[in-house]
Ligand binder design. Structure first.
Ligand SMILES: [Zn+2]
Length: 191
């Protein structure tokens, strides 16, 4: 899962095959909390709600437990999650939908209209919450993106958000969802 990350703990997986590889490597992986190696075990599913149906449960990822019940070399007993790469931490909207929303902004200047035009079931307040969250995360997002390529020239765009969206698109030109590609590549939350 991801390349050149050294001993950083993986946080996202792109497929069931990728997840199998992650499980296979668990024994050599350090716990993100206590750094112990050999203590991590699977700890069930991480559920959430479908972005299009608030009463429909979906699997967002898996929980991993740092086993503190082992007699020899016990772990710290804490857990962490690995998410499917199309999931966004703390939001029910998927990376795909967020990308549609953000790229919609390239053509429509009014954020509410961009959201309505995509016929999301989320509320307008969610649209502003997402935009605010994205705005706060931008400098961090860009600091990752410059590792892949310089920001594209956007002389006509004073809006920093639109520059970041363009930068994402040029950093992952072959991906249908650069946000998911970002999470997979850097193994960090986009927002
Ligand atoms: Zn631990």
């Amino acid at each position: 899962m991801g390349e050149g990350l050294g001993h950083k703990t993986r946080r996202y997986y792109r497929s069931e095959e990728d997840l199998r590889q992650f499980y296979f490597n668990l024994k050599q992986m350090p716990c993100p909390h206590c750094r112990s190696i050999g203590t991590l075990i699977m700890h069930g599913y991480l559920y959430g709600y479908d972005e299009n149906a608030f009463n429909k449960k979906i699997i967002r990822g898996r929980r991993i437990f740092c086993n503190n019940r082992k007699k020899h070399k016990p772990g710290c007993g804490r857990t962490f999650s690995v998410l499917a790469v199309n999931m966004l931490k703390n939001f029910s909207i998927t990376a795909d939908s967020l990308w549609q929303y953000l790229t919609g902004l390239l053509n429509i200047t009014n954020k509410t209209n961009a959201f309505i035009s995509l016929k999301f079931t989320l509320s307008i307040s969610s649209a502003y919450r997402l935009w605010k969250r994205f705005s706060i995360s931008q400098s961090r997002i860009r600091s990752y993106l410059v590792r892949l390529c310089p920001p594209p020239e956007c002389p006509d765009t004073p809006c920093a958000g639109i520059q970041t969206i363009s930068h994402l698109a040029s950093a992952f030109p072959d991906s249908s969802c650069p946000i998911a590609a970002f999470q997979q590549r850097f193994q960090v939350s986009f927002l």
